[in-house]
Design a protein around this ligand. Structure first.
Ligand SMILES: Cc1cc2nc3c(=O)[nH]c(=O)nc-3n(C[C@H](O)[C@H](O)[C@H](O)COP(=O)(O)OP(=O)(O)OC[C@H]3O[C@@H](n4cnc5c(N)ncnc54)[C@H](O)[C@@H]3O)c2cc1C
Length: 481
C-alpha cells in the first residue's frame, strides 16, 4: 500500500451524481479526486429523460447544446397502445411540461437523451476544469474516518493504496460501498418487481412513424411491456416483467427475445439484433441519513427509485449539484460548516417523495405536473428586456441581490461570500414578487433567502446573508408582504 497526493474531496463513482458534484466542486476551485471502478464510462443508455430542472443546471454550465446534440427527436410523452405498429392508443404524460408551458416557466426545456450521451458530456466538461483528477479502474474498498479526514482504500488491479481527504462523497450507486462502510442503513418498500431488459437494434422508427415518443407502454395481460428509443437511429430497449423464482435467464434465449420484440412491435418479420440482455429489480428505498460526519451520500447511493416517473437520474444530478455548491462554499471559506446540514434537510425530503412516488404501482398516478416540484423553490424565470437573458442567468456562484428599479439598496455588507447586485425592470421585479421598490436575495441555486418590499438596509441584509451561509432561510428574515 502507498499513500497518494491528498485531494480535499474524494468523489466515489463517475455516474451522473458523481460527475455533477465534481463539476460543482471544481467550479469552486476545490481539489477533487473522482474514483471510478469501471475503466470507462458505462456504454448502456439507461435513463433517457433529462428533465427541465436538470437542463436548467446544464444550461447554467454552458452544456445545453452539447446535451441536445445527442437528444432524440421525440415528444417527451409516453404512448400507451397495444403494439408499436398499431395506430390505436393514447398519449400520456412523462412528467415533462409541453413546449409551450416550458417556454413560459423556464429558459430551457427537458430533453430525451440517453445516459451514455450525457455522461461523456459531463466528463468532458469536468476534465476541462482545473483542480480535478479522475482515476478510472479504481475501486473503493474501505473507508476510515477520524476527526480531521477520511482515509479511503482503493484497489486498482492487484494494487491497493490509500488516499486521505477532508470529505468523501459516495456517488457509487445503488449498491454503494461508501454507504455500507459509513454504516448507513436503507429503509423503504425494497424490491417491487423483477424485470428483463433487452438492448437491441431494429428499424422501429419506421414502424412508429409520426407517433414518436420518449416511451411506449404496451398494454397486455399483467404489467405493460416497455419500449424505449435510446438513440437517433435504431437502438432501443425492451423491458418486461419475469419471474426469477420460476424462470431462469436460459428461458430467454435470443430467439425468444426476438419473438417477444416482434410481438411488441406488431411486425412478425422485424429485423432485430439483440445487443445485450440483463435483468434488474424495481427497487424503492432511501438511506436513513445522507451523511455520516465527513462522508455524504448522493444519487442512487442515497435513494433507489423504480423507473416510474423517470426521477432516478434527475434526483441524482440535483443531489450532486446541491452538495457540490454547498461544499464549495464551505471549502472556499464563504460559508459556515453548518451549511452542510442543509444538504440532508433539503434533499432527503425530495428523495423520499420521489422514491415513494416511484413505488406507487398504480397506473393512475398523474405525473403531468411533477416538474413543478423541481422548480418550486427557485425564483421564477422571466426573460429580461434583451429577450436572451433569463432571471436565472443573473445568478452568480455566490449570493445575488435582485433589486427593482425604485429599490434603495444599501451597499452589500462585507462577508466572505461574494454578493452581486443586479437591477431589474419593474415587470421583472413584479414577477419576482418584490415589486418595483423591492429586493430579493438569492442563493446560487435560485432559492430566495429573503425579500424586502422596500429598502434593504445593511443590518437586515447582513442578517439574511448570515442565515444563508448557515443554511437557514427563515428565522425572522424579511419576507415580501
Ligand atoms: C437498466 C437501467 C435502466 C434505467 N432506466 C432509467 C430511467 O429510465 N430513468 C431514470 O431516471 N433512471 C433509470 N435508471 C437509473 C439511473 O440510471 C440511475 O438513477 C442513475 O444512473 C443514478 O446515478 P448515480 O450517479 O447516482 O449512480 P450510477 O449511475 O449507478 O453511478 C455509480 C458509479 O459508481 C461506480 N462505483 C460503484 N461502486 C464503486 C466503488 N466501490 N468504487 C468506485 N466506483 C464505484 C459505478 O461503477 C458507477 O459508475 C436505470 C438504470 C438501469 C441500470
Amino acid at each position: 500500500m502507498h499513500p497518494t497526493a491528498q485531494p480535499t474531496v474524494i468523489v466515489v463513482g463517475a455516474g451522473p451524481a458523481g460527475l455533477t458534484t465534481a463539476i460543482a466542486l471544481s467550479r469552486h476551485g476545490v481539489r477533487t479526486l473522482v474514483v471510478e471502478r469501471r475503466t470507462a464510462l458505462s456504454p448502456f443508455p439507461r435513463a433517457t429523460g433529462i428533465n427541465l430542472r436538470t437542463m436548467e443546471l446544464m444550461r447554467a454550465w454552458g452544456l445545453e447544446a452539447a446535451i441536445r446534440s445527442g437528444a432524440i427527436d421525440v415528444k417527451p410523452t409516453a404512448w400507451v397502445g397495444r403494439t408499436l405498429a398499431s395506430p390505436e392508443g393514447a398519449e400520456a404524460p412523462m412528467g415533462f411540461p409541453s413546449a409551450e408551458v416550458a417556454a413560459s416557466i423556464s429558459p430551457t426545456t427537458g430533453a430525451i437523451a440517453p445516459q451514455d450521451h450525457l455522461e461523456p458530456v459531463l466528463m468532458q466538461h469536468l476534465l476541462s476544469l482545473p483542480g480535478t483528477s479522475v482515476r478510472l479502474g479504481a475501486e473503493v474498498i474501505a473507508l476510515d474516518q477520524d476527526r480531521d479526514a477520511v482515509t479511503v482504500t482503493l484497489r486498482e488491479g492487484d494494487e491497493t493504496s490509500t488516499v486521505r481527504a477532508a470529505y468523501v462523497i459516495g456517488a457509487d450507486g445503488a449498491h454503494s460501498t461508501v454507504r455500507r462502510q459509513a454504516g448507513i442503513a436503507m429503509q423503504g418498500p425494497g424490491e417491487l418487481g423483477a424485470y428483463l431488459a433487452v438492448l437491441f437494434r431494429a428499424p422501429l422508427a419506421d414502424i412508429v412513424g409520426e407517433r414518436r415518443h420518449g416511451l411506449y407502454l404496451l398494454m397486455r395481460q399483467g404489467p405493460p411491456w416497455v419500449f424505449l428509443p435510446t438513440d437517433r437511429h435504431d437502438r432501443w430497449v425492451f423491458s418486461m416483467t419475469w419471474d426469477p423464482t420460476r424462470e431462469t435467464r436460459a428461458d430467454y434465449p435470443p430467439e425468444r427475445l426476438v419473438e417477444l420484440i416482434r410481438a411488441g412491435a406488431g411486425v412478425p418479420d422485424l429485423e432485430t439484433e439483440i445487443v445485450w440482455t440483463g435483468d434488474f429489480a424495481f427497487t424503492a428505498q432511501i438511506a436513513d441519513r445522507y451523511r455520516e460526519r465527513r462522508v455524504f451520500l448522493i444519487g442512487d447511493a442515497a435513494h433507489r427509485m423504480t423507473p416510474r416517473g423517470a426521477t432516478g437520474m434527475n434526483t441524482a444530478i440535483h443531489d450532486g449539484y446541491d452538495l457540490g455548491w454547498k461544499l464549495g462554499w464551505v471549502l472556499s471559506g464563504w460559508a459556515d460548516e453548518s451549511l452542510l446540514d442543509s444538504f440532508e434537510a433539503e434533499r432527503r425530503p425530495v428523495g423520499l417523495r420521489n422514491m415513494q412516488r416511484s413505488a406507487n404501482g398504480s397506473e393512475q398516478r398523474d405525473v403531468s405536473l411533477d416538474y413543478l416540484d423541481d422548480i418550486a423553490d427557485r425564483i421564477p424565470h422571466r426573460w429580461l428586456a434583451d429577450g436572451r437573458t433569463s432571471t436565472l442567468d443573473l445568478l452568480g456562484d455566490g449570493l445575488t441581490m435582485l433589486a427593482g428599479p425604485g429599490a434603495h439598496v444599501s451597499p452589500a455588507p462585507s462577508h466572505a461570500v461574494p454578493i452581486t447586485q443586479q437591477r431589474v425592470d419593474r415587470a421583472t421585479a413584479e414577477a419576482l414578487g418584490i415589486g418595483a421598490d423591492g429586493v430579493v436575495l438569492v442563493r446560487a441555486d435560485g432559492r430566495p433567502v429573503a425579500r424586502w418590499v422596500a429598502s434593504a438596509d445593511t443590518t437586515s441584509v447582513s442578517l439574511a446573508v448570515e442565515a444563508a451561509v448557515r443554511g437557514t432561510t427563515d428565522a425572522g428574515l424579511p419576507q415580501a408582504a
